[in-house]
Design a protein around this ligand. Sequence first.
Ligand code: SF4
Ligand code: SF4
Length: 468
Amino acid sequence: MKTERQEATFIDEQRIVEVLEAGKRYSPAAIRDVVSKSLELKGLDLEELAALLWVDDPELEHEIYSAARKIKEHIYGKRLVFFAPLYVCNYCVNNCKYCGYRAANDYPRRKLTMEEISQEIKAILDMGHKRIALEAGEDPVNCPIEYITEAMRQIYATTSGNASIRRINVNIAATTVDEYKMLKDAGIGTYVLFQETYHRETYKNMHSGPKADYDWHTTAMDRAFAAGIDDVGLGVLYGLYDWRFETVALLMHAQYLDKTYGVGPHTISFPRLRAAYGISLDNFPHLVNDNDFKRIVASLRLSVPYTGMILSTREEPVFREEVIALGISQISAGSMVGVGEYSAKQQRDDHSDTPQFDVGDHRGLDEIIHDLLPDGYIPSFCTACYRTGRTGENFMALAKSAHIHEMCQPNALLTFQEYLCDYASPATRQRAIPAIEKALTEIEPEELRKECVRRLERIKTGERDLYF
Ligand code: SF4
Ligand code: SF4
């Protein structure tokens, strides 16, 4: 058993630089071989990923995008899982140069009471969500782990009508094995921690406060695994350092987890730096343009076909839809990124909290669903795996055998039907009818399809929370 404090030697910067140099030398024929290999769904190695990141021929780029779409459709079908972030506390002792919550930003801080958390959850449930990502700044005094676990219990206990939150993913600062155990006991889904940047020197420049400890932050997932949390989510904040370096480092981290713990990251997120209170983008020379961002998403889809990929509301609506097609399997929707903002909006309170960053997609959940349906997407609020013990290694084994796809599609339809019965606008309901009919025809074997039809009918007559 490793000690808690260790050096993040698995991120080998010299190796990343070498891999990037080697990737630069791939011929068009070698790139095509990489793309063909990716279609075998066994993933790519670091150098192959690096090669994809250097492609500048539009035809080859098109082939990469086309492979990303194929892989996404093969593994995930047209389902798209939805969730909402919930910010409970914006106290923070850190001074990350890119974040609106940084301690140096002088504005009144807020931490929700348990009663207020229930109000927020009711507002989120009333939109139709069933999954949340719990977010908080780092502050051991104002926001200790006991507060987070109490908040989680409060969230699971809150209901609105017949609805409740079925999965809480948690995104809080790197902590100790004991504190990860407390999150596990409180029913954490995925533990999410963005690396921000894997580049040590940039990391040092960007941070002050406890988060400035690169090794402690980068080895957080090792401690989470040691505590028994087997679903973890990685992410890079694109815009802090060179995007090719970060993307290869991300895969290096994912491969390390896979090799060490027998299970890679459950999800990867792609936040792109946004302006925020007191933060100007002019100070960041590594901002990622739209085209490069699409390349990152598509290349990772080819490299880690079975890892869920998450896109947040940082991106604008039209661009978001383009990126989703390249491999995204989960999106946030209707997001409020200030503390207490869901209930404030529901009560039409003009109070507005200082957000962590500026949101790019301001559409509500129903509007997003309405806009995505014509492209064949089936919204999913499914949380079945976590409630049937299909997590970590069990989940990956199932995912890699592709059997998971058999369950995802029917579960997407069942949870979407709940959404349609309880929350959808008439226009969305109307648009959903042909989408559901088409999605049903894609379910195999036939017995599963018939059972799915039966369960859809049961939901229409009032039953809830049916899943495979
Ligand atoms: Fe605090 Fe996190 Fe923002 Fe850094 S990124 S200032 S740790 S809330
Ligand atoms: Fe996710 Fe499992 Fe539901 Fe598929 S069946 S959407 S993998 S929870």
